[in-house]
Design a protein around this ligand. Structure first.
Ligand SMILES: C[S@@+](CC[C@H](N)C(=O)[O-])C[C@H]1O[C@@H](n2cnc3c(N)ncnc32)[C@H](O)[C@@H]1O
Length: 364
């Protein structure tokens, strides 16, 4: 039911936007336009239910009629006991190229009674949902609510989350929850830090080592959520096929997957308090030192030795298990120059290695 499409209902919307679509330029492998599944959102948010209670949630890269973030929070508005849900959509969104699997079929009208079109930024706000507390809201009710006059309003600008009017929504929210364009991930992160907001964001694991983000990971002010690894995304119809991590489902919807996706958050997780069980002992031959830094190289998280108290370079997947009372994050070893904590380029016996997180045991 939740992924059912009524083509005739969205057809009109698509036609209205066709001229704009035809002129749009698409990059062939544009991860900025990868759309999240309902299951991805539901699975992650289920871990933070209590923390959403009474909160104003902002999804600021999310078309109300296509985003599964928006749809998830509408369905669970009463269950999570949200205070308010705000979704803003971006005029440049390529969702029109996604033909199938739209989360819910809608025909929306803005505050002036005109149908919502895709080349315009909109904001959609809800503070009350019909239905019982603690119960999911069904699709019929969601449709009815969304069709209410005044629920969807035209923005003055494009809906770019960096614009003044959209920053006002950032200021208003408690938690920002979205999958932003990967290319603007650090811009959104920095805005949320600036306004001291909570967030739950999908990104590429590479973002961990960005200069705007790594200092927060190091200081345990930001951490990874539960899902860290493979995620599947719906992609626009003009996405080029490729041999791996690409498929077309039975409805014609194109998909891509990312092996190194993550949730980045400052909402508390239980995971952060679990101790990593260490089973290996330090044997110098198994843990060579870097050519250019006094630290040992640990190939896999499972090989972190229980009895080494100096600095260790571990794979980035370590962050999935990081417990700040067990280990201190000392820095990273990437290019040696990305930020003040990027201490060196990892090399062992002249061979360059993939980037590492540098950690040290706390309880000697
Ligand atoms: C990676 S997609 C994810 C969409 C949706 N959040 C989801 O998870 O399915 C990022 C979305 O942000 C839109 N976008 C691009 N630039 C933006 C900007 N500056 N401000 C807000 N949204 C933007 C894109 O058009 C696209 O719809």
């Amino acid at each position: 039911m939740k992924n059912e499409i009524k083509a005739e209902e969205v057809d009109k919307l698509h036609k209205m936007s066709n001229s704009i679509l035809n002129n749009a330029k698409y990059s062939l492998d544009n991860t900025d336009e990868w759309y999240t599944t309902y299951e991805t959102v539901a699975e992650e948010v289920s871990h933070y239910q209590e923390q959403f209670r009474g909160k104003v949630v902002l999804c600021n890269c999310d078309d109300p009629y296509e985003s599964n973030f928006c749809y998830y929070f509408l369905r669970h508005f009463n269950q999570l006991r949200l205070k308010k849900l705000i979704c803003t959509s971006y005029s440049g969104s390529k969702i029109e190229k996604i033909k199938n699997n739209v989360p819910i079929s809608l025909k929306l009208f803005d505050n002036s009674g005109k149908p919502v079109v895709v080349n315009q930024g909109y904001v959609f706000t809800i503070s009350k949902m019909p239905g019982k507390i603690d119960e999911e809201v069904n699709d019929d009710i969601i449709k009815r609510v969304l069709k209410r006059k005044g629920v969807v309003k035209k923005l003055v600008g494009s809906g770019d989350f960096r614009t003044e009017e959209c920053i006002e929504y950032i200021k208003e929210c408690d938690i920002c929850c979205t999958n932003p364009p990967f290319s603007l991930f650090s811009n959104l992160f920095s805005l949320l830090v600036k306004y001291d907001k909570q967030y739950l964001l999908i990104g590429n694991q590479n973002a961990i080592t960005y200069k705007e983000i790594f200092p927060y990971i190091k200081e345990n002010k930001a951490w990874v959520g539960y899902k860290f690894g493979d995620m599947a995304f719906r992609v626009p119809a003009d996405t080029q096929s490729r041999k791996t991590r690409f498929w077309i489902d039975e409805t014609g919807q194109k998909w891509r997957s990312l092996g190194n996706a993550m949730w980045l958050t400052n909402l508390d997780t239980q995971r952060r308090y679990q101790e990593l069980q260490l089973t290996q002992h330090y044997v110098p031959d198994n843990y060579p030192k870097y050519d250019n830094y006094d630290a040992i190289n640990v190939r896999k998280v499972a090989e972190i030795p229980m009895d080494y108290y100096g600095i260790m370079g571990v794979p980035i997947t370590y962050l999935k298990y990081h417990n700040e009372s067990q280990f201190e994050i000392v820095g990273e070893a990437n290019h040696g120059s990305d930020n003040e904590f990027d201490l060196f380029k990892p090399k062992v016996n002249g061979k360059e290695l993939f980037k590492r997180i540098l950690i040290r045991r706390r309880n000697v």
